[in-house]
Design a protein around this ligand. Structure first.
Ligand SMILES: Nc1ncnc2c1ncn2[C@@H]1O[C@H](COP(=O)(O)OP(=O)(O)OP(=O)(O)O)[C@@H](O)[C@H]1O
Ligand SMILES: [Mg+2]
Length: 661
């Protein structure tokens, strides 16, 4: 799989984004959990307090009933009427008390628990209430108040309307516990009973009174009023309170969807199990009727400490959730803004990194195209600045190295050229030497063979000449024979000189002196009458080691050749010089003669090469000179251009001592 190639900036921004989004989501999730949990636990704390307040209202009501019953039972007039059996007056009196104080029931029994006066339902009297646990307690003297479940039968006795008020047909409730019955006939009553005792402390009877909680909303509405102060959310009251008879809502302000009170519905199974069966308080979120509430439930117990119902308070969960969501939404908005801000900052800060990098890439391109003088302009003093500095330093070094290389290249080329020239010269010398050596061998062989017979011819022709009359015809012919044979003898000697030159007789000599001696010998000849000699002698010259007469022979031949080439009219310049290291001495002979043609230059040092007419030159002069200079470990060179004269250069090693040869 190939990933698309992103720019450096995109990569940096993407990695930052990844971290931010991941981190942001993580903190949003944990944050929302934290906020929800905090809000819910706070609301649970609140609802726990609300439940305590509800208990206060509940118990206050119970105490009120207890007070009324107790105070009424203590009234002396009541005692008097009771002693005098004035039940009609008692009926009126107690009925007024009941109505004044809003009690549902107020009933008087005798000291055995038999009903004497039943204010709400006067027709029914004489029944025995001594089995009722609250009455039984009061018969033992004292005042007692408690919640109590009263059967329909008992309720009918107190008033049929009360029994009807207590009757509920169960409204089907999801999540409620399955029950075999589908109605509730008994009712839950807040009931107080007080013993009626005369001044002699004789028990005259028991007065009991109470209110039926079923469909009586005084307590729950008061709880709502005191605790929640009618707080609303979206038109719905948030705080609710309920009194359950067992699991049945008998008094509540939890609304139904139609807006009524949700009486007749039942509590959910989990609350039922926790509160009614296990007797524990329940504080948690719960689905009440048709909405989620944060709730608190606690069991209501009767005088025997048996659980007979539940007191409940709860607040709508929605406002808390909405608050949490609002907080989260603000967090989210802030997070998005921060991401946006960060992106902007990232964009500009990556710009500071990427621009110099681009400049460096441009620079490398320019450098690769050969522009080594190009510099990167980065002024920042961070890592990028250092990088640019190093880069610039590197290009400067590269430039210097390159310049050096070019220099070296040039020097190398020059050196190669020089060496090549030297090599070519050496090769030419070598060829020349080999050529001369082979010709020399051949010539020497021939000369040796010819020399002796020639000696014989010369001797006998001399003898013949001596014996011949000077006037005779043979005399002139013999003279010619002697002359030509002598010439042959000279040639043969020259040949032998060239081929087997005598070993030089070395001594320390001054080159200028040799040149002078050579000139001295030739200058006397008629050929030199019209020739000017120009001398440029080096004054501070090293002495050389060489054979006096042999070198003289060489110089004489060169001077004579020059004079002959100028046909006796011109200038011969003779220059002696030495190089700075005093390793060799040069002797230059320049003439203003005819010069030498190119094709002749190559053959100049060959024996018998001559341009002179037969009999005038042997063509051995330069060949012999060459072999002499070679013996002196020197060189002889010629340069010439037609009609511009010729230059012969004899180079001899400058040696201070004779034994260095
Ligand atoms: N300075 C010069 N200018 C022009 N040509 C020259 C010069 N020196 C030598 N030569 C040519 O080189 C030839 C060979 O010279 P070399 O001295 O070997 O023999 P030669 O002078 O002809 O005879 P020899 O020297 O034996 O009398 C000459 O014949 C001449 O043509
Ligand atoms: Mg010559």
């Amino acid at each position: 799989m190939k990933f698309p190639s992103f720019s450096l900036r995109t990569k940096i921004i993407l990695s930052f984004l990844l971290v931010i989004i991941f981190g942001g989501l993580l903190s949003l999730v944990t944050g929302s959990r934290l906020i929800k949990n905090t809000l819910i636990s706070q609301s649970q704390d609140k609802v726990r307090h609300d439940l305590s307040a509800a208990w206060m209202v509940y118990n206050e009501k119970l105490n009120d009933i207890k007070e009324i019953v107790s105070l009424t039972a203590d009234r002396e007039s009541l005692h008097d009427y009771l002693k005098n059996q004035r039940y009609d007056i008692l009926q009126k009196y107690l009925n007024r008390v009941r109505e004044d104080w809003g009690l549902d029931i107020l009933t008087l029994t005798d000291h055995s628990g038999e009903v004497l006066v039943r204010t709400r339902n006067p027709q029914i009297a004489g029944d025995d209430q001594s089995q009722d646990e609250i009455i039984r307690w009061a018969l033992k003297r004292g005042v007692v108040a408690h919640s109590q479940i009263v059967s329909r039968e008992e309720l009918i006795k107190e008033g049929e309307d009360l029994a009807d008020k207590a009757y509920f047909k169960f409204i089907p409730t999801p999540k409620a516990v399955e029950r075999p019955e589908n109605e509730e006939t008994s009712g839950m009553i807040l009931k107080a009973a007080a013993s009626v005792v005369d001044e002699d402390n004789d028990l005259l009877g028991v007065l009991y009174g109470g209110i039926l909680l079923s469909r009586d909303y005084t307590i729950v509405d008061r709880v709502k009023e005191i605790v929640y102060k009618g707080a609303q959310y979206n038109g719905v009251e948030t705080g609710t309170a309920t009194i359950f008879q067992h699991d049945l809502r008998v008094s509540t302000n939890v609304p139904t969807t139609e807006g009524g009170r949700a009486i007749g519905t039942r509590v959910s199974k989990e609350v039922n199990d926790a509160v009614l069966i296990e007797g524990k308080p329940w504080i948690d979120r719960a689905f009440v009727v048709n909405d989620w509430y944060i709730t608190a439930y606690e069991p209501i117990k009767n005088i025997r400490d048996e659980i007979i119902g539940i007191l409940y308070v709860g607040v709508l969960e929605q406002p808390y959730l909405d608050t949490a969501n609002r907080v989260m939404a603000s967090f989210g908005l802030i997070a998005v803004l921060m991401v946006f801000l960060l992106l902007v900052i990232l964009y500009f800060s990556t710009d500071r990194i990427i621009k110099p990098l681009h400049r460096m890439v441009e620079a490398t391109e320019k450098i690769s195209q050969g522009d080594l003088s190009h510099k990167v302009e980065v002024t920042s003093s961070d890592e990028i600045g250092y990088l640019a500095d190093s880069f610039n330093k590197m290009t400067t070094d590269l430039e210097t190295a390159n310049a050096k290389l070019i220099d070296w290249g040039k020097t190398l080329e020059k050196k190669v050229e020089e060496r090549t020239q030297e090599l070519t010269k050496m090769q030419a010398h070598l060829i020349q030497s080999e050529k001369l050596a082979s010709i020399g061998k051949l010539a020497a062989g021939v000369a040796h063979e010819i020399n002796n017979p020639l000696g014989g011819v010369l001797i006998y022709s001399h003898l013949l000449l001596e014996d011949t009359e000077k006037d005779s015809l043979q005399y002139e012919n013999l003279k010619k024979i002697v002359k030509e044979t002598s010439r042959c003898k000279d040639i043969v000697r020259g040949l032998l000189d060239f081929a087997r030159p005598k070993d030089p007789d070395m001594s320390q000599i001054d080159i200028n002196e040799i040149v002078e001696k050579s000139l001295y010998i030739v200058e006397g000849q008629s050929l030199f009458q019209n020739i000017r000699i120009q001398k440029n002698y080096s004054s501070d010259r090293p002495r050389i080691v060489g054979d006096n007469s042999q070198l003289q022979q060489v110089f004489m031949n060169i001077i004579l050749n020059a004079a002959e080439a100028m046909d006796g009219d011109g200038t011969i310049s003779i220059t002696t010089s030495h190089n700075s290291g005093e390793k060799y001495i040069d002797v230059l002979f320049q003439d203003t003669g005819l010069g030498i043609q190119d094709e002749d230059l190559k053959r100049l040092f060959e024996p018998f090469f001559t341009t002179k007419e037969v009999g005038k030159g042997t063509g051995l002069g330069l060949a012999i000179s060459y072999s002499i200079i070679q013996k002196h470990q020197g060189t002889i060179e010629v340069s010439s251009q037609t009609d511009q004269g010729a230059t012969f250069t004899v180079r001899l090693p400058a040696k201070r001592k004779a034994d260095e040869f």
